[in-house]
Design a protein around this ligand. Structure first.
Ligand code: PMP
Length: 400
C-alpha cells in the first residue's frame, strides 16, 4: 500500500457514476438566473436542492448592502477575527444577532462549519463528555475529534436513549455537552427538542443546538425550532449558519453565558482563519433584517413545502417522516437513484443525490429543498417530473 492507494476506491466509484453521464456531485451551474433557476448542461433548470429557504440570494436589499460594502471596505479583510480581521461591521453583525435572538452574546465565524466545529471543540475538553445525536452533521463530528472529550452517540431523535446514557454517566453528566440539530438536513425531520431539554436539565448537562436548517424556517420571528417550541430560555448555546436562510456565507453562536466571549480566545476555527469579507457581512445584516420584516416568506416556504410533500406522497414515493422545507425521497438501490437523478436533470429539475454513507440509512436519497422563491407552478413541475419516473416504471411493468 502506498500513500495514494486509498484513492483508488473513489476513482472506481467516480468511473462507475460517470458511466451514467455527468458526475452527480459538483454539477456546474453554468449561469445562475435567480434563487430557483439556473442554466445546467445548457438547459434552463429549476433548482430544487439549494437550502436557499427564503430565496434571499437575489434580494435587492442584500445585493445593494453587499455592493456598497465592497466599494467602501474592499474585497477582503486579509486577517482573522483575532488579529486584523475584525471591522466595525463584524461587531455590528454580532450585535444584530444578539438582538435578533434576544441573547447577551454573539460570535461570528467565517462559515457555519467552522462555527459548529469551533464551539463543540472549545466547550468540551479532555475531562468532558460529548453526547451527540448519531445523525449529527460532519462539523459536529469533527468538533468532537478536536475536543479530546469522550464522545458518546445517542440514537437519532431518541430522548429515551439520551436519558439512559446521561444516567449511566452519573456525576459526569454535569461535565456533558449534549448536541442536537433543530431540523436534520438529510431527512428533514425535527428534533424532539422539548424532551431533550427536559432531560439535559434533569441531569445538569449543557445543550448546544445547531439551527443551521431551522433558522428562518420556524418560529414567528424566524429564530428556529427553539422559538417555535417556546424553549429558547432553556437552550445554552445556539449555533447557525448564514449560508441557508440568510443567503450568504458564515456562521455564528449566540448564548446568555458570558463564557461565549472567551471562546474568541479558545476556538481554533475562529482564531486561525480569515474573517468574513465586508460584502458578506453587509448582505448578511440586510438578510437578517428581511427575516424580521417579511414573515410572509416563511409562510410561502411552508406552503411550497407542504405542496411538494403531499404531491410526492400522492405520487407514491416514500419520504422522510415529516413535511418541511427538506423533502427526502428514499430510493432503495443506487443504480436506480443515479438514473432517476439523471432523468430529473434531463427534465430540467436539479435535486441533491445522496448516497450512503452520507445518508442516515442504507437507502439513497433524492433530496429536495424548497424555497419561498419557488412559484406554485415550479413546485408542480417538480412533482410532475418525479411522478413521470414512476409512470415510466409502471409502463415497463416494473414494481415500484
Ligand atoms: N451544521 C449543519 C447541521 C449543516 O447542515 C451545515 C451545512 N450543510 C453546517 C453546519 C455548515 O454550514 P456551512 O455550509 O454554512 O458551513
Amino acid at each position: 500500500m502506498s500513500l495514494l492507494d486509498k484513492f483508488s476506491a473513489f476513482a472506481r466509484l467516480r468511473d462507475e457514476l460517470l458511466q451514467h453521464g455527468t458526475l452527480p456531485f459538483g454539477v456546474v451551474t453554468e449561469r445562475i438566473l435567480s434563487p430557483t433557476e439556473g442554466i445546467v448542461q445548457g438547459r434552463r433548470t429549476i433548482l430544487a436542492g439549494t437550502n436557499n429557504y427564503l430565496g434571499l440570494t437575489f434580494a435587492p436589499e442584500c445585493i445593494e448592502a453587499g455592493r456598497n460594502a465592497l466599494t467602501e471596505e474592499g474585497t477582503g479583510t486579509t486577517g482573522s477575527r483575532m488579529a486584523n480581521g475584525t471591522y466595525a461591521a463584524h461587531a455590528a453583525l454580532e450585535k444584530d444577532l444578539a438582538e435578533f435572538f434576544g441573547r447577551e452574546y454573539a460570535l461570528v465565524f467565517t462559515t457555519g462549519f467552522l462555527a459548529t466545529m469551533g464551539m463543540v471543540s472549545s466547550l468540551a475538553g479532555r475531562e468532558d463528555v460529548l453526547l451527540i445525536d448519531a445523525d449529527s452533521h460532519a462539523s459536529i463530528y469533527d468538533g468532537c475529534r478536536l475536543s479530546g472529550a469522550e464522545v458518546i452517540r445517542f440514537r437519532h431523535n431518541d430522548p429515551a436513549d439520551l436519558e439512559k446514557r446521561l444516567r449511566r454517566l452519573g456525576d459526569r453528566s454535569r461535565n456533558t455537552l449534549v448536541v442536537a440539530e433543530g431540523l436534520y438536513s438529510m431527512l428533514g425531520d425535527q428534533s424532539p427538542l422539548a424532551d431533550i431539554v427536559a432531560i439535559k436539565d434533569e441531569y445538569g448537562a449543557c445543550l448546544l443546538l445547531d439551527e443551521a436548517h431551522s433558522m428562518g424556517v420556524f418560529g414567528n420571528g424566524g429564530r428556529g425550532l427553539a422559538e417555535a417550541l417556546d424553549l429558547e430560555d432553556r437552550i445554552d448555546f445556539v449555533v447557525g449558519t448564514f449560508s441557508k436562510s440568510l443567503g450568504s456565507i458564515g456562521g455564528f453562536c449566540v448564548s446568555n453565558l458570558p463564557e461565549l466571549e472567551l471562546v474568541r480566545m479558545t476556538a481554533r476555527s475562529y482564531i486561525f482563519t480569515a474573517s468574513p469579507t465586508p460584502s458578506v457581512v453587509a448582505s448578511t445584516r440586510a438578510a437578517l433584517g428581511l427575516i424580521r420584516q417579511r414573515p410572509e416568506l416563511r409562510d410561502k416556504l411552508w406552503d411550497n413545502s407542504r405542496r411538494l410533500y403531499d404531491g410526492l406522497t400522492r405520487a407514491g414515493f416514500r419520504l422522510g417522516p415529516q413535511p418541511g422545507p427538506v423533502v427526502a425521497v428514499f430510493v432503495d438501490d443506487t443504480t436506480k437513484a443515479v438514473s432517476w437523478w439523471h432523468q430529473l436533470l434531463d427534465e430540467g429539475i436539479y435535486v441533491n443525490l445522496v448516497i450512503p454513507p452520507a445518508t442516515p440509512s442504507t437507502s439513497c436519497l433524492l433530496r429536495c429543498s424548497m424555497s419561498a422563491a419557488h412559484t406554485t407552478e415550479q413546485v408542480d413541475r417538480i412533482i410532475g417530473a418525479f411522478a413521470s419516473l414512476l409512470s415510466e416504471r409502471r409502463a415497463a411493468g416494473t414494481a415500484v
